[in-house]
Ligand binder design. Structure first.
Ligand code: BG6
Length: 448
């Protein structure tokens, strides 16, 4: 067997680096095309190419335009996109020239208009079947596992609905601040940075119907249906369904960290939110009346991404006279990070003659069960792109609907005065208002 070092050495020799001094200069693309042609000849790559847009987002349209003008986009592959099976089959056919694909890093637009404009611009040059809009959450092992967990097991699906589930919590908590990304983050804020993409993707995976087959278009269709069923946010009662926050000074892992407004590059009176909590409803038969509470923030007490399914209480409690108070409901926690796993908690009787119960947990942990490290999300996504599998990438229509969902709130927050920022200390779990949002409904956040 070839040693990993030998593989790496062979691989390493195939790296080439070139800069385009002026990305709007057509000549630069002619040169790039010639260089790629030469590499094609040397390595017999069959003309397969991936262009990966990881530049500042403002350059995406310009680069794509030039790729089109210079004929590097494999334009003969472009055709009107539809979702029919026949289109799907022709997709996998390779042209004589190999396949040309485009990866687009997030953020994909900064609002609905810019996302639509970018989609339009890109589609002038590339077909949807060539497009790979990255959301690295979809490449995380535990996120991919959600499909398998839900649809490869018979026992969960019958209870995965309003009859048995009381509510669902989705949390993406970070201890990090904004690092050195003030320029981007000041404009973005947490709604654009985490909700429009990662959190809404998680929501779709947990709430979607079973697709008819394990094909990317079928899965992406079902995810889109979820987003389309999310009830528009009621701006008249905005405080009941959306909370924003910005971190102040505080302690993270025993170290004092400064407030957001003191981060380098951040305006001293910045109104950018670094935390948000939303309560969403999905108007369909499966989820009617089941709230979805989403929250994400920077500089929180712990890094943790998880989805908590909280089940309803038993309809009639036999043990009322023996057990004071209420029994905690069953929960199923799908942990995405830092540890990857699934935990089901339920009640069990303490051993002994007395009747008392306690919560116990059945735990599945990836590292323990499989004893192999999960690949990095990007590894998986790049491999999928090479293989032409779009399942774990965002489709253009999904992107637009996700923006459409958040636009009323983004506009509302822009227009209305912010709460008194900073309104949560670093190292906490966000502003008190976020706790009140869920407490008002007689529920509470699960602490990660
Ligand atoms: C990125 C955001 O998309 O996701 C960052 O731009 C955030 O602000 C990061 O920190 C979180 O990713 P992960 O994988 O650490 O949860």
């Amino acid at each position: 067997m070839t040693s990993p070092t030998a593989v790496w050495e062979t691989f390493r020799k195939r790296f080439y680096y070139t800069t385009l001094e002026n990305i709007e200069n057509p000549k630069a693309y002619t040169q790039l095309g010639a260089d790629l042609e030469e590499l094609d000849q040397t390595y017999k790559t069959g003309g397969n190419r991936i262009f990966y847009l990881a530049t500042p987002p403002g350059l995406y349209s310009k680069i794509v335009h030039q790729l089109g003008v210079s004929g590097l986009s494999g334009q003969d592959q472009k055709r009107a996109y539809d979702h029919t099976d026949s289109a799907h089959k022709t997709k996998s056919k390779k042209t004589k020239k190999g396949s040309v694909r485009l990866i687009v890093e997030k953020p994909f637009g900064t609002d609905l208009d810019s996302a639509q404009a970018l989609n339009t611009k890109i589609r002038e040059v590339f077909g949807e079947e060539q497009l790979y809009r990255i959301d690295h959450y979809l490449g995380k092992e535990a996120v991919q596992n959600m499909l398998f967990f839900r649809f490869a097991n018979a026992i969960f699906e019958p209870i995965w609905n309003r009859r048995y589930i009381d509510h669902i919590q989705i949390t993406a908590a970070e201890t990090l601040g904004i690092e050195n990304r003030a320029g981007y983050y000041e404009e973005a804020g947490v709604l654009r940075d985490m909700f429009q993409n990662h959190l809404l993707q998680l929501l779709c995976l947990v709430a979607m119907e079973a697709p008819s087959s394990f094909e990317s278009e079928r899965i992406r269709d079902e995810k889109l249906k979820v987003l389309r069923s999310v009830r528009p946010l009621n701006l008249k009662q905005i405080d009941q369904c959306a909370i924003r926050g910005q971190y102040g000074e505080g302690l993270i892992d025993g170290e004092t960290v400064s407030e957001y407004r003191n981060e380098s590059g951040v305006a001293r009176n910045s109104k950018t939110e670094t935390f948000a909590a939303l309560k969403l409803h999905i108007d369909n038969w499966r989820w009617q009346g089941v709230p979805f509470y989403l929250r994400s923030g920077k500089r929180l007490a712990k890094k943790s991404t998880e989805i908590v399914i909280v089940f309803k209480e038993v309809p009639h409690l036999l043990f009322k006279s023996m057990i004071p108070g209420r029994l905690e409901p069953n929960t199923l926690v799908l942990s995405v990070q830092p540890s990857e796993g699934i935990a089901l908690t339920f009640q069990a009787k303490y051993p002994g003659p007395k009747f008392s119960v306690g919560r116990v947990t059945m735990d599945f942990n990836y590292s323990g069960a499989f004893q192999s490290a999960s690949p990095d999300a990007y590894e998986r996504l790049l491999l999928d792109c090479m293989a032409g599998d779009q399942m774990l990438f965002s489709r253009g229509d999904w992107i637009e609907v996700s923006w459409a969902l958040l636009m009323p709130l983004l506009n509302h927050w822009k227009k209305t005065p912010t709460p008194c920022f900073p309104n949560y200390p670093s190292g906490s779990f966000g502003p008190k208002d976020a706790d009140d949002l869920i407490k008002r409904d007689g529920r509470s956040w699960r602490s990660p």
